[in-house]
Write a protein of this length. Sequence first.
Length: 370
Amino acid sequence: MKYTFCVPCLMGVEGLVADELKFNKFENVVAENGRVFFDGDMSECARANVTLRCGERVLLVVGKFRATTFDMLFEGVKALPWEKFIGKTNAFPVKGYSIHSKLFSVRDCQSITKKAIVEKLKFKLGTNFLTETGAKMQIQFSLMNDLCHIFIDTTGAPLYKRGYRLAMNEAPIRETLAASMVKVARYKGREPFYDVFCGSGTIVIEAAMAAMNIAPGARRKFDAENWSFFDTSVFEEQREAAIARENRVKMPIYASDISPEAIRICTENIKRAGLEGLIEVSRKDATAIDYTGMTGTLISNPPYGERLLELEEARDIYENLGAALKKAPELKKYIISSDERFEDYFGKKADKKRKLYNGMIKCNLYMYFK
């Protein structure tokens, strides 16, 4: 049985998610703002959950319809084939969002969606009581410009929760964003890779996982594995296939940070990721490194400085880093910052910029590769 699936993603990485899906031969890939759709059976759903690096989760599309009134929402939800997915005991909480739509009360939309599903299931399953004590099937709705999509979340804990980052520094970068920057840089493990503000190690870990073909979801579980409307063994099959494709060999990947605590956390996270001994970690001041003649790829997330004093300190770092990196004209540099004046202080206009979001913080990825 084929379905349509939706992969929500951070704003600015839709094209990367779409490229990832297309490269891996998923069918009918279509990108929209903040999400990408594809078609496939539940084995393809499992493969997406196990292998995707840049997407946030995988949602099964139950249906879509226009809804400008609560009656339209109720009838639209009720018309969907819920009995094909949800059994008498499944728990099915509802959550969602509304953007630029006449139905703007999320709480009311949640309540109406829930009521419509309950009524449909009671009729189709021939029961007056749904216990909701069994496996969870998280229902999600999205209302955008009055078009309502209804989903069931197959993933559970979001895909960026790889399982290796139990320890964090003060300014962590999400795993999916780190993976997106690695993808933008087209890093394949064939040249040296550096993160000189490594923090908790997320960027170097994602770079190593990409270079060694380690699937991010190969060692975790997903909500859909507890469902009953399909053969859930496809998840274990996809995990085993992904692990068989891994190539855990030492790469020229280097992580450094001025903070001893960051180095400790980075080292711990590398170990949790199963990459101990495969990434070189050292304590260094990024602005004092001798970059003379360095080649390869550098991706870093230096301090942003959200408050005034911190902003001044961050700009000093940008200025000193830019001066130090002038000694490595052949080194490709990818630096993410929320400071619109980053280029002024770094001392060079980027060859290209890409707007990305680190959580709720709007940033630019400044790229120097010419």
